[in-house]
Design a protein around this ligand. Sequence first.
Ligand code: SF4
Length: 511
Amino acid sequence: MRHLRAATARGLRTGGSGGRSVPAGRSRKDASLHRGALAPAPAPPPARHLFSDPAEVEALRRNLLAWYDECKRDLPWRRLAATESDSNRRAYAVWVSEIMLQQTQVATVINYYNRWMQKWPTLQALSQASLEEVNELWAGLGYYSRGKRLQEAARKVVSELAGQMPRTAEDLQKLLPGVGRYTAGAIASISYGQATGVVDGNVIRVLCRLRCIGADSSSPAVIDWLWDMANTLVDRSRPGDFNQALMELGATVCVPKAPLCGECPVKQHCQARHRMEKELTVASQKLFGKPVPVPDVEDCGVGGCPLCPPATEPWDSSLGVTNFPRKAAKKQPRVARTATCVLERRGCHGAPEYLIVQRPSSGLLAGLWEFPSLPLAQDLQEEEQREVLADHLRAWMGQPVAVGSLQLIGEVVHIFSHIHQTYVVYSLPLDADITLDPALSPSRWVTEKEFYASAVSTAMKKVLKVCEKQRGEESSLGKGSKRKRGPKPQGAGSTGTQLSLRAFLQTPTSP
Ligand code: SF4
């Protein structure tokens, strides 16, 4: 990587493109540092990774925009951005959609977006919402801090910027918490027509294929190169449409596994496709015994180009255009286990109610509600898990909890971006209310409907589903049959399928 950065600093970032200006988004400090550095004379840029022909750039813009005009998906935020005359509301609408779309599928976002805009149609409305309301609406979208930061930024616009959204990518990024380079570029180009590019996952894929960039696409040097390219390519008169078209191409045609190159509006500009076609031609000539021309040297030079695939992982003919982009191997997610307990009681009409508690206001799933939970050491046996969970509940509720009253339901696996989380699910039915220590986490009883409407994570919804499934299976065994709940505590009273509160709170007998 050091090699890549050094080569990039020499050949790519220091005007290697023949006097290109400092692109939007790169700081003046960066530029002056490069000018003042005692670097060797810049190496010529690898031409195959550039768009250096203005006529080609023009043609690519034209082809891509014509395709977008004809094929673009009809999405609510696009409709709003195209028809809304109030520029602040337009920018707000784009902003909400862009934050929601980060790492989430369009199909999932549409419903969330519509509900959000209905509830908070303006920045002012959002600035008055409570964090609890924001979390409730965001529940299920993941990355919960994004919703929180969006609301904080809306408050800042209203209280410090007189309700006026910043109008350039630079100001958006500088002034609004949670707005990074991509979101700032998207808002500025789509809402205000600023000719600035954007680089997201879809754009990375398309550009890497268009220009055969096979170095690690998550490395800072390659990302910088792609930003330069996006800023070069963006259409000056329709920047917002151009950026959306590039992303749309990546989402619908130049997809990760099986790109539809035959339908691609920019295939004539695509170096990856060009290379693949050349290989097919050579292969068919060989097949028919025709003389095979010496193939061009496809990479920029042996080990010399910081943007070509590394020499250790050269072009693989079986992958075709999907040779690009490439990423360094992902760090393995951390493995974690958590015991979680569904405490259940009968509500006023006999319907079940569940106890949920609020997580701390910072860290993973900040401020969300969950069933009482406890992180577990990896090597605990089931009996030990049960004991530490009982201890946790005991300390938390100020009352002893009988270990045997905890019923093991099963395990729920949930993958967060960086954590492979297993929830070991227990249930504990109660037949009366309990008094919780108000000094500890906020808590409340909720019906099933209220639970799903609360700010709870997708993982907790899975946990409740597992419990409900278990209950369904038990009831289908027959109402008269006894439920298996582990050893019944001595002296526990029983009311049908529910353990009594006395049993739940009883002091464990001494061994
Ligand atoms: Fe992507 Fe294929 Fe189009 Fe190239 S030709 S940009 S690989 S869809």
